[in-house]
Design a protein around this ligand. Structure first.
Ligand code: SF4
Length: 176
């Protein structure tokens, strides 16, 4: 400790999950620590098929700057990504491809339905369009709008980060 100061304080609880020892050491649970790291190191795979992709691009620009959330760097290999962002309309012909991409991603992984088309099929009421990607892959967060405003996407991203932080973290197979 600075100036010969000794650590005599007892742990103070912070929000029920963390304790502060003095001003330098934080005690927490392994689940919380891993969740904290994961929520700030999200690597998205943009499965972009239609006009919503323009809104996705806007997220990288000022004033939205999604990099602030630890989620900017897109990976174009599913094996290097943990967030599947389905951006735009998905047709029945594309459905098996989307499922294959999802299956190639390693655990843990999450899915965002970006916009009305990905969430519900949007205004397409025909036999070629999938009426929501949750018929193909499990969805963690939906972003409303046609197209969604970048603010909506940031809101959904923060909701996903809260979910990642609070969920039970899978540890088996991490070292493999
Ligand atoms: S939700 Fe609207 S903007 Fe997005 S892909 Fe569908 S039609 Fe295009």
């Amino acid at each position: 400790m600075e100036n010969g100061q000794t650590l005599t304080t007892t742990p103070r609880l912070q929000g029920g999950d963390e304790a502060l020892l003095g001003d330098a050491v934080v005690l927490t649970q392994i689940d919380k620590a891993i969740g904290w790291a994961r929520k700030y190191s999200i690597f998205p795979y943009p499965f972009a098929t239609a006009c919503c992709a323009m809104e996705y691009m806007a997220l990288s620009m000022t004033p939205y700057d999604i990099d602030r959330f630890g989620a900017l760097l897109p990976r174009f290999s599913p094996r290097q990504a943990d967030l599947l962002m389905v951006i735009g309309t998905v047709t029945c012909r594309q459905a098996p491809i989307l499922k294959r991409v999802y299956e190639q991603m390693t655990e843990p992984k999450w899915v965002m339905a970006f916009g009305a088309c990905a969430s519900t099929g949007g205004f397409y009421d025909n036999y070629t369009t999938v009426a929501g990607i949750d018929r193909i892959v499990p969805v963690d967060v939906y972003v409303p709008g046609c197209p969604p405003r970048p603010e909506n996407v940031l809101d959904a991203l923060m909701a996903l980060q809260r979910k990642i932080h609070s969920q039970k973290q899978k540890l088996r197979g991490m070292a493999a």
